[in-house]
Design a binder for this molecule. Structure first.
Ligand code: NI
Length: 480
């Protein structure tokens, strides 16, 4: 009788989801699925609201990445007004996004993934968390906490200490950076760069310690997608969108945000609220499954693979190491961790450049205009990957339609395929070891999915793992 192993919900990722592993009669893996089970109709809730309210309103889609929604909503608003924000506003927005990527990556790597990577995927589940890490490797835990706090302080210096910093608005930003905070951040900046460099130096050792996971955590050819700067450097906020293939060749032309629907289709699945975007060009517009060539990945690994260079000295040196070791386009999703560490370094270095720029925050901060276009698309790189906000408005600037594509959605097909690979490598029959279940979760966690965002619902996950037979009988339950 086929059996179903259910991991519900996935722990140490943000939101609510479950993973099902179905075994055939011989106990071999037959099918794997990643389901997202919460939903709140946020797009409908936005209809009739002013485009000026959208950055603050969409920030409420997620308790984890409000900054990414504020910045992307403001950019969609820029497009509706038909203006480009003044240079000072653009620099401050970039600064906030760097702070957001730094703090979010620090959480993902040091708090959520480092326990597995440093203590082992089979280590005692009760200690396989940030507290266990503090006991075993206090130095890495301490530096991770410090890096995250620095990123959070950059955000607070710009947007204030509110949970949803609705500071970026259509046309620019509402306030300048706090000059006292700039002094404090300058004083701490070198320590953060040093910590980031130290963390990167440990990556090779983590890879060497986990060869089976490196091979099984989503190692397959796919497209990669994200923003690139016009000169090919790593980018996170302004620029064109690009697809590359598994060899690093451009797929089609680079394109601006408002043309995304020419290149990206979405397939809905009855099984999950998370839609699966896919690259249209590879399939001529037909819906594709997880094994199909329309699959692409976004986020740290995609951005690093897209970039010709990072654009700052230490991050460029790290990128050269990364490519020397794993090739021009590393394909394994385990390497999201390495790409995240390279991006931490780039963020730390670029924040230093901004903090020491004597022109920072000087000049106008907001371009004023009326409603000049009835549609506006904003795009930005959230820590987890490319985030689109697509607004349609009436002549008074009231929202008539909203479509969002979030990072976790872009990665949905790739995450499904990753679970299948891990299950094939580590699940042998129904008597599944705890470490195998943990690896399935960890494979998803490598993408750092934000399920709050992807379902537009805010929720706290209980920490329980369930293993069930096909008829729903509970075989095992693991609580953390
Ligand atoms: Ni989110």
């Amino acid at each position: 009788m086929p059996r179903t192993l259910l991991i519900d919900p996935v722990t140490r990722i943000e939101g609510h989801a479950k993973i099902t592993v179905r075994l055939d009669d011989a106990g071999a893996v037959q099918d794997t699925r990643f389901h997202v089970t919460e939903f709140r109709g946020f797009e409908a809730f936005c209809r009739g609201r002013s485009v000026y309210e959208m950055p603050a309103l969409t920030a409420r889609t997620c308790g984890i990445c409000p900054v990414s929604h504020v910045l992307t909503g403001a950019k969609a608003g820029d497009a509706v007004l038909g203006v480009e924000p003044p240079p000072a506003a653009r620099a401050l927005r970039r600064m906030m996004n760097l702070g957001q990527i730094l703090q979010s990556h620090s959480l993902s790597f040091f708090h959520l993934s480092a326990p597995d990577l440093l203590l082992g995927f089979d280590s005692a589940p009760g200690a396989r968390n940030v507290f266990g890490l503090i006991d075993a490797e206090p130095e890495i835990a301490r530096r991770g906490i410090r890096m995250r706090r620095f990123g959070q302080e950059v955000i607070a210096a710009l947007g204030g200490r509110k949970i949803h910093p609705a500071w970026a608005v259509p046309g620019g930003v509402l306030g300048n950076i706090d000059p006292e905070a700039v002094e404090r951040l300058r004083a701490e900046h070198e320590t953060i760069v040093h910590d980031a460099k130290w963390a990167w130096a440990r990556y090779g050792e983590l890879v060497d310690a986990h060869p089976a996971e490196v091979a099984a955590f989503g190692d397959f050819p796919s497209l990669f997608f994200g923003i690139v700067s016009p000169d090919g450097a790593w980018e996170h906020h302004d620029g064109l969108l690009r697809f590359i293939d598994a060899e690093g060749n451009r797929v089609g032309e680079d394109f601006p945000a408002e043309r995304y629907a020419e290149f990206i289709g979405e397939v809905a699945d009855a099984d999950t609220y998370l839609k699966s975007p896919y690259h249209l060009g590879a399939q001529g517009g037909a819906p594709v499954g997880p094994q199909a060539p329309g699959t692409y990945r976004v986020g740290p690994l995609a951005r690093v693979n897209l970039a010709e260079r990072m654009g700052t000295p230490l991050a460029d040196a790290a990128l050269a190491d990364f490519r020397g070791e794993f090739g021009r386009v590393p394909l394994g999703s385990f390497h999201y961790h390495g790409a995240r560490l390279i991006e931490i370094l780039a963020c730390a270095e670029q924040l230093g450049e901004l903090l020491n720029d004597p022109e920072l925050g000087s000049g106008p901060l907001r371009a004023e205009a009326g409603i000049n276009r009835l549609r506006g698309v904003g795009v930005s790189e959230a820590p987890r990957g490319t985030l689109f906000h697509d607004y349609r408005v009436d002549e008074d600037g009231r929202i008539t339609g909203v479509r969002m594509i979030i990072a976790t959605g872009h990665n949905n097909l790739a995450m499904n395929r990753t679970i299948g690979q891990i299950a094939e490598a580590f699940v042998k029959g129904p008597d599944v070891a705890e470490g195998a279940l943990n690896r399935i979760e960890a494979g998803i966690r490598a993408y750092d999915p934000c399920l709050s965002c992807s379902t537009h619902a805010v929720g706290q996950m209980p920490l329980v793992l369930r293993v069930e037979a096909a008829d729903g009988t509970l075989l095992r339950e693991l609580a953390r």
